[in-house]
Design a protein around this ligand. Structure first.
Ligand code: SF4
Length: 326
């Protein structure tokens, strides 16, 4: 992990306390994102991607969640900040967008009021200045007639427009880091492409770093420079995007890529069939012994069932959590 990263997560462990007991949803996770970089975070649902992102802004319910490790933003451990210090960082330096815009947008205020309020709170502008800036943000995310749309309530906008409005709100304070959790999953393909173009453009214009969380490998291939693959609460592989897609090291990454038609180009010619990864991600209460992927892994050996694999750091900067490379 490089010093000077914008965000560095170190040995993050997130434990949920439930009626059935306490379980780690994220277990010893390390990754970082550089300034102006887009990092892709991939894995199936339930692998701990969203829990990791929510931990960064401490958005998990504190009564039932325990977070250990370090989350260093510009060298400051966010886990040690008090509520007021954290509020200054949320939405100001670090913003988050979700799959469902209504998670962030309040149905009883107009879109313009909500964006203006965020701007006013964080930048100390007058209500009129904040409103004008909110309209500008809607224009920036290419909402037509932004002056009129700013006076609409969220339910009056289409799904794509709401997503743009949420992005406008998330970017209204020019955050240094944007955590985007499945930002386009609920949208149709054309709108998805427009939203991703928009985020790329904003990254260039505002120099925002992006952590893009998605199970959509096509999206990750287009957007990210580096990719972290998570499985069952652990990072199983990290690599630059090109290397990961051309030469995946971990059997889970190979399984993910093998189940996507466009990536295996030979598959589209009919020479290879798509391969699904058998089974499902284990629940928190039923983590397998040894390597957590072993019940689904076509290359599992005896040691995999017995011992957790080590993380192998390769000379080319890649890392993989697997006995095959030990
Ligand atoms: Fe498969 Fe063993 Fe590697 Fe786990 S450690 S991914 S079971 S080969």
């Amino acid at each position: 992990m490089r010093d000077g990263a914008l965000l560095a997560i170190r040995d993050l462990r997130v434990r949920f306390h439930t009626l059935e007991g306490s379980f780690y949803a994220v277990d010893g996770v390390d990754w970082h994102v550089e300034r102006r970089e887009t990092l892709g975070l991939v894995g199936e649902s339930g692998c701990g991607k969203s829990v990791t992102a929510l931990s960064v802004l401490r958005l998990l319910p504190p009564r039932t969640t325990e977070i250990q490790g370090q989350i260093l933003f510009e060298g400051i451990n966010l886990l040690e900040l008090d509520t007021e210090q954290l509020r200054r960082i949320r939405g100001n330096s670090v913003s988050m967008i979700f799959q469902e815009p209504m998670t962030s947008l309040n149905p009883v205020f107009t879109v313009g009021e909500q964006i203006a309020e965020t701007i006013r709170l964080h930048q100390g502008l007058t209500p009129k200045e904040a409103w004008d800036q909110a309209v500008e943000m809607l224009r920036l995310v290419q909402i037509p007639s932004p002056e009129a749309r700013a006076k609409d309530y969220p339910h009056q906008l289409s799904g794509g427009m709401r997503q743009r409005a949420m992005i406008a709100m998330a970017l209204s304070c020019h955050p240094q880091l944007l955590l985007a959790d499945e930002p386009t999953t609920a949208l149709d393909v054309t709108i998805q492409a427009q939203i991703m173009d928009l985020m790329l453009r904003l990254r260039e214009e505002m120099h925002t770093s992006i952590v893009l969380i998605s199970h959509n490998l096509g999206l990750i291939a287009e957007m990210a420079r580096r990719v972290v693959v998570m499985y069952a609460g652990k990072v199983v592989e990290e690599a630059p995007v090109r290397e990961l897609f051309h030469d995946p090291l971990h059997p889970y990454t190979r399984g993910l890529l093998g189940s996507v038609p466009w990536i295996g180009r030979k598959q589209t010619t009919g020479r290879r069939r798509l391969q699904e990864i058998p089974g499902i991600v284990p629940g928190l209460m039923e983590m397998p012994s040894g390597c957590r992927f072993h019940p689904r892994c076509p290359e599992a050996k005896e040691v995999c069932r017995r011992e957790p694999p080590p993380t192998i750091h390769r000379d080319d900067g890649r890392r993989v959590l697997c006995w095959l490379w030990a």
